[in-house]
Each structure stands twice: as structure tokens, then as C-alpha cells.
Design a protein around this ligand. Structure first.
Ligand code: KG4
Ligand code: ZN
Length: 336
């Protein structure tokens, strides 16, 4: 099948629109980032985000269509993230999607932001096979999902405090790096010794697939307080990164073994982390489990993943009505 689907994403600080063909071929993927506005505040300012989305959304959609060489009326469906995220930001993308759906007489389809991240793995030639386990690690989420088939999810584990990306960003701030700092920690860690700073690994109760990152963050504060700059930034970054990645990888493969799946996926912004990618590949090879990861550029927020998820849901007959609402704390379908 060769459906043409437009994806729209505006849940946080990126305005993005993309056209994807057949669920896996990216014809365009325009991302207008607002990082310049928010970095000076050390985090995303919701009101500023909504205003910038408002300016950006139609030009970004227009560019995505032009780059793909597609007219609005040729689309099979418009898929848009309707949650979770910043309510004002979500409403901008959703309202634009509704208006375009009406104007072009094209069906509308609401997509969960995390589901969209998972479907970044379907953009490309190698299609994942079910059943599978996916670790979703972003600025707002850390979840291990079991996926028996398209559009079906079971929540196996989640963070009890900070999301993995949040832990990276807070630690980066502690180290005096910019916002968001995950990428910078990744870069510094390449030159550091991951064993230099003793940090705890939080495994919680025996057999639990949940996560907690507050302990490692507190230990980093102590390491800085006690030693001042006795540890190099590179060693601090490498040690922190390893402490987080150790637990993420161990629990993901524990879930894969428990659910007897032969396939593991990564998704979300932190899936761009080079140490997490390397270790997941290595662990998969050791256990004979196939590992698939999106390219780093498709791990962070983008609309191609939204269009891919939209295509598979469209094939399943899913449609949304024009009364679709934006929900800041939307639950993953089936995981409520
Ligand atoms: O998925 P995403 O773009 O937005 C959310 O849905 O939250 O993820 C953003 C998060 C940020 O916390 C950022 O610091 C983190 O992904 N991130 C990374 C890397 N690249 C982005 N964390 C660690 N290593 C990276 N290379
Ligand atoms: Zn995201």
C-alpha cells in the first residue's frame, strides 16, 4: 500500500510536519526548533512555546508538503499528536490539523506522543517484528512497553520519579552545561572514565521493571560538593551516563527474556545516546536478540514518526472525529 500521510507534532518545543509514504518512507520531515528561546531560561516556557508554534505551524506544514511534492488533497490522512505534552502547545498542532482535515476533506487521526516515538523504528527498510519490547526514554518519559502487534501496548515498567532525559538534563545543569544537556553529557563522556565516580544503580525491588533516577542525581550532587572539581567534567559525565545506561539496558533485556521476545527497540530522545545504543547492540548480540534503533535524528521529536504511527493506525481503521481534544497527561492506549 502506498498511503501518503501528513504528521504534525507540537507537544513541546519543536514544531514539526512530515509526509511519509507507506508508513516507512520519509518524503519530508521539517523540524522548527525553539531551543534558542528556551535555553536562556534553562527549560521550556509553555506560553512562549505556544506562541512560537502558532507562528510556525502553517509555514512548516506548507514546506513539508512542498518538499514532498504532495498536495493536501492527495493525502490519505492527517495524523497529529494530541497528548501528552504542554496543553497550549498541543492545541496549536491539533487545531491546525483539524482545519486542514476539513479544508482538504482528509481524515484526522490523533496519535499518542510515545506511540509516535515507538514508530520511529518503522521508518526505514528493516521492519520490526512482533512481539517486541521497546524502551522509551525521553525528556518526559521512561517506559518499558510490550507490543504484541500494531497499536497494542502493555506497560511493563516506568520511572517512579525523573524521566531518563530529565535526569540527563538536571545533571547537565548541575555540571554547568547548557539546556537540554543530554547531548553534551554524551559528548563529554566520550573522553571520560565511567568508573571514576562511584554512583549507585537503583534496581528497586527484586524483579521490578520500574526505574528511579533520583538517587544517582543526589549522588552526583554529593560528588560535586565533596570533591569540588576534583573529578573532571568528562569523568563526571561518563560515570553518570554509565550509571543510567546500566539500569536501562539490564531492565530492558530482563523484560525481553521475561516476555520471551526476540526483538528489542529503543525510542525517544535519550535513544540518541551513543553509550545506550552501543550497549543495547552489544547485549542483544550476546543474547541473540535482534535490536533495532532509529537513527539519532529520528529519536528526538519529529513529525515523521507521527506520520508513520498514523499510517499503521489508519490501516487498522482508526480515525478521530473533529471533537478530538488535546490531553496533557494522555495515557498510552491500553496502559491506563
Ligand atoms: O523525545 P525528546 O526529543 O522530547 C521529549 O519527548 O521529551 O527527548 C528529549 C530528551 C532531552 O532530555 C535530551 O537531553 C535527551 O532527550 N537527549 C539525550 C541525547 N540527545 C537527546 N540524552 C542523552 N544523550 C543524547 N545523545
Ligand atoms: Zn518526545
Amino acid at each position: 500500500m502506498d498511503e501518503l500521510v501528513l504528521g504534525i507534532e507540537s507537544s513541546c518545543d519543536e514544531t514539526s510536519a512530515a509526509v511519509v509514504k507507506s508508513g516507512n518512507r520519509v518524503l519530508s520531515n521539517i523540524i522548527w526548533t525553539q531551543m534558542d528561546i528556551h535555553s536562556r531560561y534553562g527549560g521550556v516556557v509553555p506560553e512562549l512555546a505556544s506562541r512560537r508554534h502558532l507562528e510556525a505551524v502553517l509555514p512548516v506544514v506548507d514546506r513539508a508538503l512542498r518538499e514532498a511534492g504532495v498536495r493536501g488533497r492527495d493525502l490519505h490522512c492527517i495524523s497529529v499528536v494530541n497528548g501528552p505534552g504542554l496543553l497550549g502547545a498541543l492545541l496549536v498542532g491539533l487545531t491546525a490539523a483539524k482545519a486542514l482535515s476539513l479544508a482538504w476533506e482528509v481524515p484526522l487521526l490523533g496519535v499518542h506522543h510515545i506511540v509516535a516515538h515507538v514508530y520511529a523504528n518503522f521508518l526505514g527498510d528493516e521492519e520490526p517484528e512482533f512481539p517486541l519490547v521497546c524502551l522509551v526514554v525521553s525528556g518526559g518519559h521512561t517506559e518499558i512497553l510490550f507490543m504484541p502487534g500494531h497499536g497494542r501496548f502493555e506497560l511493563l515498567g516506568r520511572t517512579r520519579d525523573d524521566a531518563a532525559g530529565e535526569a540527563f538534563d538536571k545533571t547537565a545543569r548541575l555540571l554547568g552545561l547548557g539546556y537540554p544537556g543530554g547531548k553534551e553529557i554524551d559528548r563529554l563522556a566520550q573522553e571520560g572514565d565511567p568508573e571514576a565516580v562511584p554512583l549507585p544503580r537503583s534496581y528497586l525491588e527484586e524483579g521490578s521493571l520500574d526505574f528511579s533516577f533520583s538517587g544517582v542525581k543526589t549522588a552526583m550532587i554529593h560528588a560535586l560538593d565533596q570533591a569540588g572539581r576534583a573529578y573532571s567534567l568528562e569523568d563526571l559525565a561518563a560515570s553518570f551516563q554509565k550509571a543510567v545506561v546500566d539500569v536501562l539496558v539490564d531492565k530492558t533485556f530482563a523484560a525481553a527474556e521475561r516476555y520471551r521476545v526476540r526483538q528489542v527497540l529503543l525510542a525517544g530522545g535519550v535513544a540518541a545516546n551513543s553509550e545506550l545504543r552501543r550497549r543495547t547492540h552489544a547485549e542483544g548480540a550476546k543474547r541473540g536478540i535482534r535490536v533495532l534503533l532509529p537513527p539519532p535524528s529520528l529519536c528526538t521529536d519529529n513529525a515523521a514518526m507521527v506520520a508513520s504511527a498514523g499510517t499503521y493506525l489508519y490501516r487498522m481503521g482508526v480515525r478521530s472525529s473533529l471533537s478530538l481534544n488535546a490531553v496533557a497527561s494522555l495515557q498510552i492506549p491500553g496502559c491506563g
